[in-house]
Design a protein around this ligand. Sequence first.
Ligand SMILES: *[C@@H]1O[C@H](CO)[C@@H](O)[C@H](O)[C@H]1NC(C)=O
Ligand SMILES: *[C@@H]1O[C@H](CO)[C@@H](O)[C@H](O)[C@H]1NC(C)=O
Ligand SMILES: *[C@@H]1O[C@H](CO)[C@@H](O)[C@H](O)[C@H]1NC(C)=O
Length: 150
Amino acid sequence: MMILGSKIVFLVPMLLTILIALQFVGGKSDYSSLPIFPPRVYEYITNNISNTQLGVHCKDKNTDLGFHTINFGGTYEFDFKPNKFIRSTLWFCRFSWGNEFQYFDIYIEKRDVNICVRECRWAINKSGPCRVKDNSSECFPWNPKVVVEH
Ligand SMILES: *[C@@H]1O[C@H](CO)[C@@H](O)[C@H](O)[C@H]1NC(C)=O
Ligand SMILES: *[C@@H]1O[C@H](CO)[C@@H](O)[C@H](O)[C@H]1NC(C)=O
Ligand SMILES: *[C@@H]1O[C@H](CO)[C@@H](O)[C@H](O)[C@H]1NC(C)=O
């Protein structure tokens, strides 16, 4: 019994090590096939509203990253570890310029886990954020306005 017990104690960390090692061996292209431990995600948010300062304030349910301003052409960056196993990570940002503001869910784990592998780049337009990947961009609408603010 003692011997069996110590074998299990030894095997569990070894299996974990193998699983983690596989994540790295997988390399960039295969990452999404093994998303048990999704890698850290870097969000890059670029102000694409000409001649305008953009305010950005991002949060998830536990973390408030505070208010930052981005000059036109400038980039704000933050990073986080997505949840393992349960795809429930959600980061949302309030964007403000002039007298306007809009909200956007910048990272929805179910939507983004296989697209923003390691990084996601956004260009913020008045009409909404556009995700830039390789040479193409995909644009999204702002979150619907709600009466109660976050
Ligand atoms: C940035 O703004 C310019 C000028 O309005 C626009 O042509 C371009 O498509 C925008 N870039 C992205 C990635 O949305
Ligand atoms: C970005 O916003 C500018 C100005 O509102 C608009 O002309 C341009 O088409 C937008 N680009 C995209 C990709 O939405
Ligand atoms: C992006 O555009 C540049 C210049 O137009 C080109 O050299 C490059 O191959 C393109 N990259 C991709 C991934 O399409």
